[in-house]
Write a protein that binds this ligand. Structure first.
Ligand SMILES: [Zn+2]
Length: 464
């Protein structure tokens, strides 16, 4: 009898513990393949005065890691829309579509309306949790839009992109879907770029008066958003962002550029000033953790991908460093007993780390030719440790870069195949996890399995 009481006492304590709020924070480094992580790790370590290779990024020591298969249902090498849908809605789908199953073809409005699949953010909102979307890309760009929109084409970011025929059929642009989210009270924290997608075409941008909004329906979605709920706050530069108190209780929208936010490497030169990804993550967690029922937060390092597309490893590594800083903030501000933090990528890029540079060689530097194997009769010219399989860095004949400073921020690494834009790559990406349900993150998994791992953590005490 005494024993039974003891068990009951223990189980009631367990009940109390498991009734704690459960939160999930998903960090997506857009295009942050494993080679990018390794190169960024060396870069950050070297910035801090070590040889670099032994450095640990904030998520390198997470207790669990899996390899993730990223293909789309119709693509061996995926895009960001199909991959974020897999992660957030639990089903692999076609490239280029958001929040709809593969049963609907790209651009097919009518079919898309019949095949919407809910995202974890929407499910969290419906069950009384709070939610947030943070990105350095346009908030209507594929990865953040995957949290709250359902479109058969990721390019439908504003009203001009949706034909009147599709509009009559019931399809809505991505910015409008963010405003009109029917799930809970919609995302509570929205921080990123892309304000032109929300502004009418006759309205001048506050930071660049020569630029105008993009909407052809005459609507000012920022003002509409402010009026749709109580105590909402909109900010667009670092001064107004810094003025948001940590105790602010209303919903927050911050749109810091007409299009994407600056690369981290260029952020300090921005006219209106922009917060860092870490600062945005911090205020998002402060705001969302006010809900005792917990929250889902998506944080995207959206421009790692863009720098790679430009063949510019420097900016990709600095943006990866910014994501690393943001993850460190999340780890410091959350309790692992009630929070799952996942750090992953949607897809990889063609970045390679090659040659035989010695330990501590600058990661943006060149490989010592004497360390390279030699083809008979072929002179080995200097080459950079970092290179791309394709992209704008292609040059013929192969250039002699002996006197080129490859650590210059604007240097484009040499690419093997000439393309105007470097492409994504199709090998697996890594997913690191810490906290609630982190031990489910192991093995080689389909990208859509990330959804269930996060759902199990988010609703751990609801028995589903
Ligand atoms: Zn891309």
């Amino acid at each position: 009898m005494k024993y039974l009481i003891k068990i009951l006492a223990v189980s009631s304590i367990l009940l109390v513990v498991s009734a704690e709020a459960k939160n999930v924070i998903l960090f997506v480094g857009d295009g942050m393949g494993v080679s990018t992580i390794t190169a960024a790790r060396i870069y950050v370590g070297q910035q801090r005065g070590s040889s670099g290779e032994e450095h640990d990024l904030s998520f390198d020591r997470f207790e669990s890691v899996a390899l993730v298969k990223t293909y789309n249902t119709d693509a061996q090498v995926p895009d960001s829309a199909g991959t974020i849908t897999a992660m957030l809605a639990g089903a692999k789908t076609r490239r280029g579509v958001l929040g709809i199953s593969q049963a609907a073809a790209r651009d097919d409005c009518a079919a898309s309306l019949q095949n919407e699949i809910p995202s974890i953010l929407e499910l969290a909102e419906e069950r009384g949790k709070s939610s947030g979307v943070v990105s350095t890309a346009r908030i209507t760009h594929a990865t953040p839009a995957g949290a709250y929109s359902h479109v058969p084409n990721r390019d439908w970011e504003n009203s001009t992109m949706v034909t009147s025929e599709n509009e009559a059929a019931g399809c809505r642009d991505i910015a409008l879907q963010l405003l009109e989210s029917p799930h809970g009270d919609g995302p509570d924290v929205i921080l990123g770029g892309g304000r032109a997608q929300f502004m009418p075409s006759d309205m001048a941008d506050p930071e660049y008066p020569e630029k105008k909004g993009l909407r052809d329906d005459g609507r000012d979605l920022i003002q509409e958003w402010l009026k749709r709920g109580p105590n909402r706050e909109y900010v667009w530069n670092s001064a107004s962002f810094d003025a948001i108190g940590a105790d602010h209780t209303g919903q927050i929208m911050g749109l810091f550029e007409p299009s994407h936010m600056q690369f981290e490497a260029d952020r300090e030169n921005d006219a209106g000033g922009e917060p860092s990804l870490a600062a945005m993550t911090e205020i998002a967690i402060d705001r969302l953790s006010q809900n005792t029922s917990g929250y889902f937060l998506l944080v995207e390092g959206g421009r790692i991908d863009h720098a790679h597309h430009f063949g510019n490893a420097y900016r990709a590594l600095v943006d990866t460093q910014a994501l690393d800083d943001a993850v460190a903030v999340a780890v410091a501000k959350t309790n692992p007993d009630e929070t799952l933090i996942v750090v992953t990528a949607d897809h990889s890029h063609t970045l390679t780390i090659s040659g035989y540079p010695p330990r501590g060689n600058p990661i943006l530097g060149k490989v010592d030719q004497s360390m390279s194997p030699v083809l008979p009769g072929v002179e080995v010219l200097p080459y950079t440790t970092l290179g791309y399989a394709n992209g704008p860095g292609y040059a013929t004949p192969y250039p002699d870069i002996s006197d080129v400073d490859t650590t210059d921020p604007n240097y484009r690494q040499i690419a093997a195949v000439p393309l105007p834009i470097e492409t994504h790559a199709g090998e697996d990406v890594a997913a690191f996890a810490t906290g609630v349900n982190a031990d489910a993150m192991r093995g080689v998994i389909e990208q859509s399995e990330l959804f269930q791992i996060m759902m199990d953590a988010l609703f751990a005490d609801e028995g589903d």
